[in-house]
Unconditional design. Structure first.
Length: 215
């Protein structure tokens, strides 16, 4: 499976935050990794069918249905940066995660049409528990083929990110937003900038003095 670009990775992480936040708004608990994987798989599948480039994950058939190492890597990243809280039976967005979404409101509003596809998936499948959702996904055809997901071979590729040349629409993001998201999603960088701004406001800035030559 092809690797993701920086832009694709940042987009994916923001969209996962959005998906989990929307689930909570609709009182649909994300009860662990199995359910999250299935909701992302269904969302990306809808996007690919609509020739829309949003999520950029690769999925393959594994023990509990569609599996993506990249989704789990992003889940760990978002948790380590205090954007999500996760236990064995629950994945939820933190206050810091909500702040990032609020700060990204103009970007999300610009991509409103794409986000509607995630809304539809949550509305249709968000109330199911992980095991029930796995059964549902097993009973639907693999994207672009007739074979059911549950009938595919163990380890077989189920879904790949939509190539740019095949996308009629895509998640819009420019260089300025790429830089902004790189900061917002990284807790250490974000906290460092906040400390620097606070120090400047309170006058805790060391005056620069050039070193005099003793030669």
């Amino acid at each position: 499976m092809s690797s993701r670009t920086l832009t694709e990775t940042l987009t994916d992480r923001l969209l996962i935050l959005f998906l989990i936040s929307e689930c909570q708004k609709q009182a649909c608990r994300v009860t662990g990794k199995v359910k999250l994987l299935k909701l992302v798989y269904l969302s990306e599948g809808r996007m690919n069918q609509n020739e829309t480039k949003g999520f950029n994950y690769g999925f393959y058939r594994w023990d509990y249905g569609p599996m993506s190492n990249e989704v789990l890597q992003d889940l760990d990243y978002l948790s380590e940066n205090s954007l999500l809280e996760k236990t064995e039976n629950f994945i939820g967005i933190t206050n810091r995660g909500l702040e990032v979404l609020k700060g990204s409101t103009p970007l999300l509003n610009h991509n409103e049409e794409l986000l509607k596809l995630i809304h539809k998936v949550i509305k249709e499948f968000g109330h199911y528990k992980g095991k029930s959702l796995k059964t549902i996904v097993y009973g639907i055809p693999k994207i672009g083929e007739r074979i059911l997901v549950g009938k595919t071979e163990h380890g077989a590729v189920l879904l790949q990110k939509l190539p740019l040349e095949k996308a009629r629409k895509m998640f819009w993001i420019d260089d300025e937003w790429i830089e902004t998201l790189s900061i917002l999603l990284d807790k250490e960088v974000c906290d460092s900038l906040k400390r620097g701004t606070q120090d400047a406001r309170e006058g805790r800035v060391t005056k620069y003095e050039p070193v005099k030559s003793t030669a």
